[in-house]
Design a protein around this ligand. Structure first.
Ligand SMILES: Nc1ncnc2c1ncn2[C@@H]1O[C@H](COP(=O)(O)OP(=O)(O)O)[C@@H](O)[C@H]1O
Ligand SMILES: [Mg+2]
Length: 323
């Protein structure tokens, strides 16, 4: 489903999250999310990609209210998601739901699948009766391809893929508007990954969800997303339709991520663009462009001036002085 460009469901403006980290007796600031803005369209799958440590999970946790923002604003359907008022918060909490990376860690081993799927509904008292609860849990388990009979199972009886389906059932039960999936297939066997990706895509279409799909793997992100935002050191460096980003990357960092994807056809391999190097420590803060020390195109302006995100083509935005 392609979303209308002006029907914005989630509006993130200049979002910031800073951690104080102690190393060798010194306190450092890690700007995990550093002035991130994004308008997510209703019904789209918005991919977020970047190397480990770039701030993807922190961004998700702030959106879900699991971590407190240090600046900026987030609205869902015009409602303030960062509102600290408990009652307002409880309402929006059901509208935005998260699927976590590790289905082993995110399920309580001592709770039945049904109780895990019902948990948020229990907390927010959304069930009219025990029967209603059982029906809603059964529907959610049906929707993810497991079936109501799994309600009596325990996590240790399930495979990794089945556990992640439980995680998805738990996310969709309260009929959210937005699902944020943080590396939802990264812990799964490659053979299972495609099944779970297909399930997410199918549920998104069927339930009219908006999906924010987070992964370090651009190959996976490009497959499922309508648009993709590339995150580097807590900042967005490129935003583009998934296909355009994949075939014609404009930011040198996006080129680097593409180089890291194995391609079966050697003629399609991107060569010589950027050396693959280790992501830098988040403890250091460069003046100018955060990517300049790894960038083959860097010039003096990159050292003195941080590049703004600017439109380079319809629907395409890049933060690079040389794009
Ligand atoms: N609770 C925390 N305390 C201190 N630093 C943190 C905390 N959570 C994340 N960080 C730091 O913030 C940066 C971004 O982390 P994270 O959002 O987990 O990245 P990603 O999900 O992209 O791998 C990293 O440098 C990480 O070490
Ligand atoms: Mg993460």
């Amino acid at each position: 489903m392609s979303a209308a460009p002006d029907d914005i469901i989630l509006d993130i403006r200049d979002l910031r999250k800073v951690f104080q980290v102690r190393r060798k007796g010194q306190t450092h600031e890690v700007r995990a999310v550093n002035g991130f803005s994004l308008q997510v369209r209703r019904g789209e799958t918005l991919g977020i990609v970047g190397e480990s440590g770039c701030g993807k999970s922190t961004l998700a946790r702030v959106l879900l209210g699991l971590a407190r923002a240090d600046g900026g604003s987030v609205t869902l359907e015009g409602r303030d998601l960062l509102d600290s008022n408990r009652r307002n918060r409880a309402e929006t909490r059901l509208k935005v739901r998260m699927v976590f990376q590790d289905p082993y860690a995110s399920l309580n081993p001592r709770r039945s699948v049904g109780d895990s799927v019902a948990e948020t509904g229990d907390i927010h008292r959304i069930f009219a009766s025990r029967r209603d609860r059982a029906e809603q849990v059964g529907r959610a388990l049906d929707a993810v391809g497991l079936g109501a009979r799994f309600a009596a199972s325990y996590p240790h009886e399930l495979s990794g893929g089945q556990r992640q389906r439980v995680g998805i059932a738990r996310a969709i039960l309260p009929e959210p508007d937005l699902v944020v999936a943080d590396e939802p297939v990264s812990a799964l066997d490659v053979s299972i990954q495609a099944q779970v990706l297909n399930l997410l895509a199918e549920l998104k279409a069927r339930l009219g969800l908006t999906l924010m799909f987070i992964s370090h793997d651009l190959g996976v992100v490009a497959k499922i997303s309508d648009r993709v935002a590339v995150l580097y050191m807590g900042e967005m460096v490129e935003l583009a339709p998934a296909r355009a980003l994949f075939t014609d990357p404009r930011h040198p960092y996006t080129e680097l991520l593409l180089t890291a994807i194995p391609r079966p056809d050697p003629s399609k391999r991107i060569t010589g663009a950027v050396e693959i190097s280790e992501p830098p420590s988040r403890l250091r803060q460069l003046a100018g462009c955060p990517f300049r020390d790894r960038c083959p195109r860097a010039t003096s302006i990159c050292a003195s001036q941080p590049p703004d995100l600017r439109a380079v083509a319809p629907g395409r935005f890049v933060a690079c002085h040389h794009a």
